[in-house]
Write a protein that binds this ligand. Structure first.
Ligand code: TIU
Length: 225
């Protein structure tokens, strides 16, 4: 194994090892919000079994703790809309037949509205002072947000992803990141989906073709880095 400079780390990953400079790398934790993870929120209104996502909370906490202990920049995203819904296209609000639509009142406040309890972070996964919080109106975290500016101004080149859901907001953001020139790693155990088969397919399609979208690695391998 070749020597790495002091701030460069290597994770055993697929399709090949993922190397990153700690000073140029950010953890991006996608949408660990009550509206997706807890009963009574957006995820359940769509007919999903939210207990599958609750299982992601402990590994997400471990990943977050690791990133903080290593001094990585941490970015937390939330999918949420303005109270007047001016940033929620009708195509998104009216899609499907959920039991509650975005903006409707629910047990955790108005569904996916910024400032309401449901749109907030799951307990323990809130940002600390100095970390970045991105409120995003879309599935991808680069669309209509200041994320590009936040990463460029800190000279970030590598991104490590966790959060929910794997095939929707996580994958969309990883693809956006890939097109913007970032090397991106998905931490397999720290992401989750309402559909286990979609999670598995997403992991495989990210790392296929020599890593056409990026890399994937198990959490235990990341924690060793
Ligand atoms: N429905 C679903 O799987 N996901 C979302 O609506 N948003 C995110 O993935 N954050």
């Amino acid at each position: 194994m070749s020597e790495l400079s002091s701030s460069v780390r290597r994770v055993s990953a697929q399709p090949r090892p993922f190397e990153f400079d700690v000073a140029r790398t950010a953890l991006v934790m996608i949408d660990m919000q009550r509206d997706f993870v807890e009963p009574g929120g957006f995820g359940e209104s769509l007919g999903n079994d939210v207990s599958r996502l609750a299982a992601v909370v402990p590994p997400a906490l471990e990943l977050l703790g690791w990133a903080r202990s290593r001094g990585l920049l941490v970015v937390h995203t939330r999918e949420a809309h303005r109270a007047d819904l001016s940033d929620c296209p009708p195509a998104k609000r009216l899609r499907g037949a959920p039991s509650m639509r975005i903006g409707d009142p629910g047990p955790m406040g108005r569904i996916l509205i910024d400032g309401e309890p449901g749109a907030g972070f799951v307990d323990g996964l809130e940002p600390l002072a100095g970390e970045i919080e991105i409120v995003k109106p879309g599935k991808g975290a680069f669309y209509n947000t200041t994320l590009t500016h936040s990463l460029l101004s800190r000279r970030i080149t590598h991104l490590i992803f966790g959060g929910v859901t794997t095939e929707v907001c996580v994958q969309t953001t990883m693809r956006e990141a890939n097109d913007r020139g970032y090397d991106a790693l998905l931490v397999e155990d720290a992401t989750g989906s309402y559909f286990p088969e979609f999670k598995q397919a997403t992991i495989e399609m990210i790392r296929a073709q020599g890593g056409i979208v990026g890399w994937t690695a198990r959490l235990d391998e990341v924690l060793k880095a």
